[in-house]
Design a protein. Structure first.
Length: 116
């Protein structure tokens, strides 16, 4: 297991042990087109996807602390580059730690804002 995967596992396990997590139906993301210099807010329902530039972003699951929904959010995203058809990201993104498991794309940044 890589160090990055281990850190992500620990980050997801710690909140689950300390508090109960609830599942959300919708995630709010922020996307940044680095070339255009424009940020966009995106909402995705669980089980569906949205197109953002040449990315197709799908939400498998979204979780948040049951006692404090505004405290943090964890979203399992699958992101595909529509030009190449290649999945360029698949895994959990954490709102409070966007750099922990970030999308690595030359043009776009995507990060989690919250779950509803």
């Amino acid at each position: 297991m890589s160090l990055r995967a281990l850190l992500l596992t620990l980050a997801l396990a710690a909140p689950a042990q300390a508090q109960d997590l609830a599942s959300g139906e919708t995630v709010t993301l922020r996307g940044l087109d680095r070339i255009a210099g424009k940020s966009t807010e995106l909402s995705i329902q669980a089980g569906s996807h949205v197109d953002y530039g040449r990315l197709r972003i799908g939400l498998r699951e979204c979780r948040f602390p049951a006692e404090d929904p505004a405290a943090d959010a964890f979203a399992f995203l699958e992101i595909e580059d529509t030009r190449s058809g290649e999945q360029i990201f698949g895994g959990w993104m954490i709102a409070s730690a966007p750099g922990l498991n970030a999308l690595d794309h030359v043009r776009y940044d995507v990060w989690v804002i919250g779950c509803q």
